[in-house]
Design a protein around this ligand. Structure first.
Ligand SMILES: [Zn+2]
Ligand SMILES: [Zn+2]
Length: 927
């Protein structure tokens, strides 16, 4: 074998290595899972990113965690499948293309539905899949042969099947109710998509004249513009103050309509004045009051948020599937309740105008500042408008029951556990799901209505005529909520509704890794869908990780401009450095804080660790080179070839050998257990500590003097330790570990670390005695090093070192490691016995052994004595002053207690320092 096999370039060049290795893994089909494998499966489905999305730090974190888990499972002998794919992301993608059109001065209505959808497809074909390529750059080991898209034909069939089944089970119904409407996206939203934000608004107190009297009643509202749609004023029936008015009528100002005063228990008598305006078409609670009292529900706002009747949106199109104009009690249409000067005016502008009009008419009693939650569109942040509308809903209670049961029985776990209560609470109070969206991009709702006889049904195929009368049919114009397709992800990606081998082998999955933000949107619904359509849970464990935040703890986002592009990090450092920071920097379920203004400090630890690993690798491989000639023939090579853990280690092991082998077993155990418990940071840091602090700082240093001559044990142990460390580190930093592992001797041709076996603990290598003894040796060396550093002994000057062992066992341990201690502690020799009465530095080891470094003749002792005496008298003066302060009654009684406590603490600290100085002066023999 040529010697160059073991020579590594002095600098690690990640960019060349990472691209080359990723291709090599692909070529070897290392990420491909086989449905006919006898191995137990381990399955993760990716949270599908938006098809037109680009990688941000949230993806970086989410996917690195998944990759660590999947790589670990693969090495541990599971048939590991990580299903990748993208989501068509209805609103988000449609928004992007609409913005493009806006730049051309057009709207989607200018293009028409078919042309618009074609345009979105063009955009998706051009940009879609970018994010999946970016995932390769950061090392994700997805099975790309199984990549799915929520709008591909097979997936579309799955969505349609799910819809039709729910329809047949009577779990889908048409609901006429007030829903959340985004006037910018022009679509309905689910409860989850309309997110609450705390805002400071105003509470307006408005006077409504009471008919047939000179009196007024006062209602309080945060949205005065909705008064144009009032069809009643309500009070609580138990409210003594207003009982006499029930049955009378009030005039709604500006709208100038007369409405009844009614009693309803839904009214909170403590809110405002106890009078509540009732606007059934623009408030969900009012709608229910309206239903109970047979009130009309006129719409007074258009879909785009401007004032006016239900004449469609600003562009004049009709409301499509929305409700017709309700008309009001006095027979007038909703539109005519809006005064001419307000027609077409935006709702917030209208609010100001109405408030001004009320003020002019003396009908605005007062305005108060008001703190309240306002719902915003989760896609565009526009304030959501409650709006009466006809939408398709899924009855969720029957779906939630099995999902809740599985959670109670522990069949599905959520980690960290603190999320379980949130999940449970949402599931127990689940509301029906509005699944229709007034968009064009997405799965069109497969409901067909006969325009002749009115028959309506859900169909798996597109019918050409009415199934009842043969008349012409029209399909519902709306599309399904994007989450209605992604809730099928764990089985639709595996071929459902067909009974495919993939579905049989890989369902249910194992782990789901996601951000807690989509616990309800996605996770809970997937669990419900899994039980409903598959009869089984979709996965056993949900791991909810934290969020990437900036130094001010703000979520990293494009709009805030505080994000870090993961690809920049790869470019500047490496994929491994990115991954290292993301994994080592975030503990179980906790947020990770990254500094976008200082990438160097943020990601240098990962790069530095890679370099350290590289240097250790270089050292080890260089030793093999100088071993018994061909390197590949050393005992180390033979042992590594046999995978280390199945054959006995060499017989003649030194204390250092036995110690590092034992520490390695502990590392294997701890890392494996940490990864099993999703404590990825702890696993990564344990590996780091082993490689850096134990292997590099101690073992490599300890064996350096003997390694060239001692091929039998040191080389073998080094190769074994490096081999196992690379295996343990591979899931976190896959590239550098594979690159180094490829250079280790004794592998079979074509063998790759990515599919190598996870190390197992060899209990016969656990050696508590070696750990105890080596700890003593380490402590001796450290004691000498510290003393030499304290007295500034130059590194080249070697000093006599004394230890007085308290017993024979300690003496023997130290004596056996004499050479190592002398060499590593920078000593001239080591004397085991009583300490001499000479000037020097003094310490006590934990076993009770005094240790001593002789200094006379090695440093200028007189000068050190002067320095220490000077320091001591300064400290004495400070102590005297402090003692005077603390004995002063004035200070002690008047100063705040914490100030006094701090001063007393300082006094104790200085006294201790003075004792230390006294000890030093004494041991140096200063007069
Ligand atoms: Zn919106
Ligand atoms: Zn018909």
């Amino acid at each position: 074998m040529p010697a160059t096999t073991f020579e590594l370039p002095p600098q690690y060049a990640p960019h060349e290595v990472e691209a080359r290795l990723y291709d090599r893994w692909l070529e070897a089909q290392a990420f491909h899972a086989r449905a006919d494998s006898p191995k137990p499966p381990y399955v993760i489905v990716i949270p599908p990113p938006n098809v037109t999305g680009v990688l941000h730090m949230g993806h970086g974190m989410n996917n690195t965690i998944q990759d660590v888990l999947i790589r670990c499972a693969r090495m541990r002998g599971r048939e590991a499948l990580w299903v990748p794919g993208t989501d068509h992301a209805g609103i988000a993608t449609q928004n992007v293309v609409e913005r493009q059109l806006a730049r051309e001065g057009k709207t989607r209505f200018d293009l028409g539905r078919d042309q618009f959808v074609e345009r979105v497809w063009t955009f998706v074909r051009e940009t879609g899949g970018t994010i999946l390529k970016q995932l390769r750059t950061i090392g994700c080991s997805c099975d790309w042969s199984r990549t799915r898209f929520t709008l591909d034909p097979a997936y579309t069939r799955a969505v349609r099947e799910a819809f039709v089944r729910l329809w047949e089970e009577k779990l889908i119904y048409r609901g006429h109710r007030v829903i959340h409407w985004c006037p910018r996206c022009l679509t309905a939203l689910s409860d989850e998509e309309a997110e609450f934000q705390d805002e400071t608004g105003a509470l307006y107190y408005i006077r409504y004249p009471i008919e047939g009297s000179e009196r007024f009643l006062t209602v309080a509202t945060t949205r005065p513009e909705t008064m144009l749609g009032d069809t009643a004023v309500a009070v609580n029936p138990d409210d003594e103050r207003h009982r006499d008015l029930v049955g009378k009528r009030a005039r709604v100002p500006i709208a100038n309509v007369v409405v009844p005063i009614i009693a309803d228990r839904a009214v909170d008598p403590k809110f405002g004045t106890g009078f509540v305006k009732v606007t059934p078409a623009h408030d969900a609670n009012d709608f229910e009051i309206g239903q109970r009292h047979g009130l009309d529900a006129p719409l007074i706002m258009r879909e785009d948020g401007t004032m006016g009747g239900n004449g469609g949106s600003a562009d004049g199109r009709m409301g499509g599937s929305r409700v017709p104009d309700g008309g009001s009690a006095d027979g007038r249409m909703g539109g005519s309740r809006v005064p001419d000067e307000l027609v077409g005016v935006d709702r917030f502008e209208a609010r100001k105008k109405i408030v001004a009009m009320l003020k002019n008419q003396g009908l605005l009693e007062k305005t108060e500042q008001h703190q309240h939650g306002v719902r915003h569109c989760y896609r565009c942040d526009t304030v959501v408008e409650p709006r009466l509308s006809d939408q398709w809903f899924v009855r969720m209670k029957p779906l939630a029951e099995p999902a809740l049961r599985a959670f109670h029985s522990g069949e599905v776990r959520i980690i960290p556990e603190r999320w379980e209560a949130t999940y449970q609470n949402w599931m127990e109070h689940i509301r029906d799901w509005n699944i229709s969206r007034q968009l064009w991009w997405g799965h069109r709702i497969p409901i067909f209505t006969c325009t002749r006889c009115g028959e309506a049904w859900a169909d798996r195929a597109d019918p050409t005529s009415c199934r009842k009368c043969g008349g012409p049919v029209a399909q519902d114009p709306d599309v399904l909520d994007t989450w209605f397709s992604s809730w099928l992800w764990p089985f639709a990606t595996l071929g459902w509704p067909d009974e495919t081998p993939d579905l049989a082998h890989f369902y249910p999955g194992t782990t789901l890794v996601t951000d807690p933000n989509i616990l309800f949107f996605w996770v809970a619904r997937m669990i419900m869908a899994g039980f409903h359509f598959m009869g089984r849970k979709p996965f056993s464990t949900v791991y909810l990780h934290g969020t990437a935040r900036d130094m001010q703890h703000r979520r990293m986002s494009k709009s805030l401009g505080n994000g870090i592009d993961p690809l920049d990090v790869v470019q500047l450092f490496s994929a491994d450095a990115l991954r290292w920071t993301l994994i080592a920097g975030s503990s179980l379920g906790a947020d990770i804080v990254l500094n976008p203004d200082d990438l160097e400090t943020t990601f240098a630890p990962g790069r530095n660790f890679a370099n350290k690993l590289w240097n250790i690798g270089r050292f080890v491989l260089a030793q093999l080179n100088s071993g018994d000639g061909a390197g590949g023939g050393t005992a180390g090579a033979r042992w590594a070839a046999a995978k280390g853990d199945t054959v006995a280690p060499p017989a003649e092991l030194t204390l250092a050998d036995r110690w590092i082998l034992s520490r390695l077993q502990a590392t294997i155990r701890e890392v494996t257990s940490a990864f099993e418990q999703f404590r990825l940071d702890e696993g990564a840091k344990r590996c780091f500590d082993f490689v850096w602090k134990e292997l590099a700082d101690w073992y490599v240093e300890a064996v350096k003097p003997r390694i060239a001559s001692d091929a039998s044990s040191a080389q073998t142990v080094l190769v074994y330790c490096l081999d196992v460390s690379l295996r343990l580190l591979h899931p976190v930093v896959p590239f550098i570990t594979e690159e180094l592992w490829q250079r280790l001797p004794g592998r079979a041709a074509g063998e790759l670390l990515v599919t190598a076996r996870w190390p197992e603990v060899q209990s016969r290598l656990i050696d508590e005695r070696a750990e105890r003894e080596f700890a003593l040796v380490q402590e001796s060396i450290t004691a000498s090093r510290n003393l030499r550093a304290e007295y500034k002994v130059p590194p080249k000057i070697r000093t006599p070192f004394y230890i007085n062992p308290p017993n024979e066992e300690v003496r023997k341990t130290l004596d056996d490691s004499r050479e190592m201690i002398i060499l590593m502690s920078g000593s001239a020799n080591m004397v085991l016995g009583p300490l001499p009465n000479l000037p020097g530095g003094y310490a006590v080891l934990t076993v009770g052994a005094p240790a001593f470094v002789e200094l006379e003749g090695f440093i200028d002792v007189q000068q050190e004595c002067r320095r220490l005496s000077g320091e001591r008298s300064r400290l004495d003066q400070q102590l005297t002053a402090l003692a005077a302060k603390l004995s002063n009654e004035n200070f002690v009684s008047r100063a705040p207690a914490d100030v006094v406590a701090r001063e007393r603490e300082k006094e104790r600290d200085w006294r201790f320092q003075r004792d230390v100085l006294d000890g030093k002066l004494k041991s140096l023999g200063c007069s």
